[in-house]
Design a binder for this molecule. Structure first.
Ligand code: IMP
Ligand code: MG
Length: 170
């Protein structure tokens, strides 16, 4: 494991997250939102996003995983479900990074079965060149090249989640 290089620094990240928060507030004017974060990677992005919204938003979490180490295993598991009903609500799924798109495709279909009024996706990062599943993503922080990244919630074997920037490992 080599050293960690900065890919997106803290201020660039925070500025972009502020922009997305404003855009979402504009798009959902007069509506109540439930943010559903996918554990654990989305936690830091989600809190930054929520802190930048003026209106009250509901927060919930789902734990879904398809990863072991640096490779997707292909199958997605729900380890912990959301706590509250989302029936009739405006739901935004919050993800750290979309790689193959398998996790989100699965979580999206899973949450749709709970009959929300609407459901959208916001992701901090996207690696479009790695996409296997066709997926419509509503809000994207940054699109990046095919690099394994850590920090701002993202881990490598549970390490580096608390870095205040996005780094990549050489
Ligand atoms: P997907 O199902 O292939 O789209 O993978 C999405 C999940 O894989 C994300 O929620 C992350 O937890 C993890 N992941 C994908 N790429 C990276 C990366 O570069 N660094 C850390 N985790 C990653
Ligand atoms: Mg994840």
């Amino acid at each position: 494991m080599g050293e960690i290089n900065v890919l997106i620094n803290k201020s660039k990240l925070e500025k972009r997250i502020q922009e997305i928060a404003k855009q979402i507030e504009k798009d959902y004017e007069g509506k109540e939102i439930v943010l559903v974060g996918i554990l654990k990677g989305s936690v830091i992005f989600m809190s930054e996003l929520a802190k930048n919204m003026k209106k009250s938003v509901e927060l919930d979490f789902i734990d879904a995983s398809s990863y072991k180490g640096t490779e997707s295993t292909g199958t997605v598991k729900i380890n912990k479900d959301i706590r509250n009903s989302i029936e009739g609500k405006e739901v935004i799924i919050v993800e750290d990074i979309i790689d193959t798109g398998r996790t989100l495709t699965y979580v999206l279909e899973y949450l749709k079965q709970k009959n929300p009024n609407s459901i959208k996706i916001v992701t901090m990062l996207s690696k479009p060149s790695r996409r296997v599943m066709e997926l419509n993503v509503d809000y994207i922080g940054f699109s990046i090249d095919d690099k394994f990244v850590v920090g701002y919630g993202l881990d490598y074997n549970e390490k580096y989640r608390n870095l205040p920037y996005i780094g990549y490992i050489e």
